[in-house]
Design a protein around this ligand. Sequence first.
Ligand code: ISL
Ligand code: CA
Length: 640
Amino acid sequence: MDKITLNSKIKDVYEHPVGRDVLDKILMVTKKGRGWITNPVVANIKLKTLKKILHKDFNDKFWDQMLWLLNSEDETPQDLDEKVKYPWWKEAVFYQIYPRSFKDSNNDGFGDILGIVEKLDYLKDLGITAIWLSPVYDSPNNDMGYDIRDYHKIMEEMGTMADFDLLLAEVHKRDMRLIMDLVINHTSDEHEWFQNVLKDPDSDYKNYYFIVPGKEEELPNNWQSFFGGPAWRYFPELSAHVMHTFSDKQLDLNWEHEPMREELYGMIRWWLEKGVDGFRLDVINYISKREGLPNGSKDLSKIIQFTGFENFYYGPKLHEYLQEMNREAFKPFNAFSVAETPGIGLEMAKLLAGEERQEFDMVFIFDHLESSGLTRFDHYQYDLNNLKKFYIDYLNHVGSNYWMSLFVENHDNPRMVSKVTKIPALQKKVAKLLNAMILTLRGTPFIFQGQELGARDQHFQSIDDMRDVEVINFYKKLSQKAGPERAWIHSLTGSRDHARVPMIWDEDQPNNGFSDCTPWLCGDGLKLGLGVAQQEGQPYSVLEFTKKIIAFRAQNVALRRGEVDFVQVGKKNYFAYYRTYKDKKVFVEMNLSPRDLYRHLSLKDYHRSISNYHDGFRTKLSFQSDLKLRPYEVVIYEVN
Ligand code: ISL
Ligand code: CA
């Protein structure tokens, strides 16, 4: 791959994997389409000319950082066209459990492992074949388990290692798989490794973290933490700053140090020997930091929000470490891996999860969770056409060696349903539409707990009702700048606690059947008929609808393995595709808007199998009455 310099043209940058992802991100943030860059006039502009044009907005530092980033990757992703293999995870339906809020078995207000065991039959009945467990390791819970104190121990509130072994056995007994969350970009400051540094600052453990000696008022660089403030915490007892890209109790591990990496790999093998089926790796693309930890570009941070990000979100040794980890830990056990990779675009994703790369099986990309240029804390209505565009873009640009993860919710985001509409009657339609989408596109679906019920955001009353360190820090900081009212509006919009409130098992029970005692985090208590008990056996509920599609998917190979062909892609608010595998064919169409939508396909020979509208449901279409799709309608047809 040729080196990119200021003499390169925009089109050369766009040919480059990192360049393409970075330019795509810039286009997204500035709300410009790809056409802007592929336009021949723009495409032939040299970077130095662009630099001149943009000199007001972007200074020299920006261009230096950009060129460094672009030239840090010299490999090109491959889009192969070969026979696709089907390991178990490509045909799985995953369910993400947030254990603290799933089910409390001993009534102390915290969900726990035995609570999960109690509900395994519920998941089996839903059709789930694999579970991703958010962290259950020993932790002081500054970031709810994403700050690990001991990788080999279970968090007290969650139960014991014996409980975990039982869970694993019960999962396997039901022919399901279990993957763990692996948080190895950072540990808790209470982890033994860091405690050893405090006890003996000269021990080798000082190399496990980024510890930079110096005066308190002199920060090592200008990097910002994702949870507010500088990415450095001062330890007077060490006369040094320690790096934390997340909260100040989550200290970044130094992957440069080989003994540290070896310990991590040993720990991973230990869990695999126990029999877990794989891992979801937390912010794993952040592990390689640029040598010398240089300042981030302020201009660049206008685009990506966090100063310093470009120095570690796709670091120079990332691939080297990942290939090593795969070789040393995953491969010998044939373990499954899915990487959480914030900031990564499609081309970089191919270099992380291309089959031939031997790094990960899949990645989670996040470009689809917000409308262009907006963040989770912005108050707006999400346009589903965004989701359509994202999936078409991605699925049309991958080869046989890449497999996509499909998700719209997780524990880090408010509920997608609420982002799309605030109208309760429509929310159920939207919930069904979203679930239908991730269960019928080509890839592996991940359902976040409660998504199968159509869970929506909470009407929290004040910041005191929230528990998440991110939103609490965010609120404090914004209150100082913009006053408590504005701070509250944005906090309520973006809080991760919307997704983290306890599961609604039965609205007629105290605490919705989650626990006999007040939970650690409470929702607003509104009874909207969203509980499991309220929906089970109700044929038109979100739960039964979701179950039906999962069952349909299990029986229909076209939905699991079929090629995807999008049709009428230019038609706004209309999202439609065929899934075809040998002689099996399924057609899916959706109305992405809250208004009726006329469509012009001849569907008369199609057999209508599933829809989120049941009144007037017929398996055969008649021309007169079925020209339009109703608000947020989704229909799945068998074509043969
Ligand atoms: O913090 C972000 C920007 O607001 C996110 O992009 C962030 O990088 C992403 O949400 C990372 O999440 C994961 O790591 C965090 C943890 O708090 C999350 O729960 C976890 O999913 C730190 O371990
Ligand atoms: Ca409990």
